[in-house]
Design a protein around this ligand. Structure first.
Ligand SMILES: NC(=O)c1ccc[n+]([C@@H]2O[C@H](COP(=O)([O-])OP(=O)(O)OC[C@H]3O[C@@H](n4cnc5c(N)ncnc54)[C@H](O)[C@@H]3O)[C@@H](O)[C@H]2O)c1
Length: 243
C-alpha cells in the first residue's frame, strides 16, 4: 500500500491542537513537508514537526486564508495535500427553538464557511494528483440533540466535499472527508467522568477515539493508496453510526 508522501507539500488547518496536530505529525512522518495553520500561533517544535512553516490564520477571513496559501506556495512552491481541520465545538447545548442566532452563525462561520474559504484558495493552486481531506463528524451523518449549528455545519461540509469532488475530478484532484466519532481532544473540554463514560458507551467499541486514529484515516485518504477514492466519507467512529 502506497503511503509514501515524500516530496509532497501538506497544509493542515487547526494544526495547533488535537486531530490537526496529530495529522501534521503523521504527514511529516510519511515524508511530506508540512505547513501548520491555526488561529492560535502553532509552535512547530513543541508539536513535533520541527522546522515546518507555521501560519496564524482565522479561517473565517478570506484575505487571511489567501495569505495562508500564498505563504505555503512562497515557501514550498506547491500544495499537494490540504487537511481542513480547523473547527470549534459547542460548549452550551440547546434545542433548535432556543438556539441563539449568534451561536448558529459562529458555528457555521468557522466549521462550514471556513472550510469553504480554505478549499477555494487551496483548489486555486492545486495541480493534478493533489488531494483535500475535510474533517467532518458523525454529527454530519446523524442528528445530535441540542447541537443543531454544529450538526448542520458538518452536514453541509459533506455536501461541499462531494460537490468539490465532482467539480475537480476531471482536473485529477481528489476531495474526501473523514467523519470522526467523539475523539479525546481539547474540543471535548475535559468532560467529567460521568460524561466521559456516557460518550464512551455511545461507541460500540466502548471508548473515545484518539487523534492519531483519525489522523491515520486522513493520511490514508491523502496518500496515493487512496488514488481511486474521491467524494467519499470515511467514518472513524468505533461503530457509533452503525447502531
Ligand atoms: N474531538 C471530537 O470529538 C471531534 C469529533 C468529530 C469531528 N471533530 C472535528 O475535528 C476538527 C478538529 O477538532 P479537534 O477535536 O482536534 O479540536 P481542537 O480544539 O483540539 O482543535 C481545533 C483547532 O482549530 C483551531 N481553530 C478554531 N477556530 C479557528 C479559526 N477560526 N481559524 C483557524 N483555526 C481555528 C483551534 O485553535 C484548534 O487548534 C474540528 O473540525 C472538529 O469539529 C472533532
Amino acid at each position: 500500500m502506497d503511503l509514501d508522501l515524500s516530496g509532497k507539500v501538506a497544509l493542515v488547518t487547526g494544526g495547533s491542537s488535537g486531530i490537526g496536530a496529530a495529522s501534521a505529525r503523521m504527514l511529516k512522518h510519511l515524508g511530506a513537508r508540512v505547513a501548520l495553520a491555526d488561529i492560535r500561533e502553532p509552535d512547530a517544535a513543541a508539536l513535533g514537526v520541527g522546522d515546518s512553516l507555521t501560519v496564524t490564520v482565522d479561517v473565517t477571513q478570506p484575505a487571511q486564508v489567501d495569505n495562508m496559501v500564498d505563504q505555503v506556495i512562497d515557501r514550498y512552491g506547491a500544495l499537494d495535500i490540504a487537511v481542513n481541520c480547523a473547527g470549534v465545538g459547542m460548549p452550551v447545548k440547546a434545542p433548535v427553538g432556543e438556539t441563539e442566532i449568534a451561536e448558529w452563525r459562529r458555528l457555521l462561520s468557522v466549521n462550514l464557511d471556513g472550510s469553504f474559504l480554505c478549499m477555494k484558495s487551496e483548489l486555486a493552486v492545486m495541480q493534478a494528483g493533489a488531494s483535500i481531506v475535510n474533517v467532518a463528524s458523525v454529527t454530519a451523518l446523524v442528528g445530535v440533540e441540542g447541537a443543531s449549528p454544529y450538526s448542520s455545519a458538518k452536514h453541509g461540509l459533506i455536501g461541499l466535499t462531494k460537490t468539490a469532488a465532482l467539480d475537480y475530478a476531471s482536473a485529477g484532484i481528489r476531495v474526501n472527508a473523514v467523519a470522526p466519532g467523539f475523539i479525546d481532544t481539547p474540543l471535548l473540554r475535559d468532560p467529567d467522568e460521568q460524561t466521559r463514560r456516557r460518550l464512551s458507551e455511545a461507541h460500540p467499541l466502548g471508548r473515545l477515539g484518539t487523534a492519531d486514529e483519525v489522523a491515520s484515516a486522513i493520511c490514508f485518504l491523502a496518500a496515493p493508496a487512496a488514488s481511486f477514492i474521491t467524494g467519499s466519507v470515511l467514518v472513524v467512529d468505533g461503530g457509533y453510526v452503525a447502531r
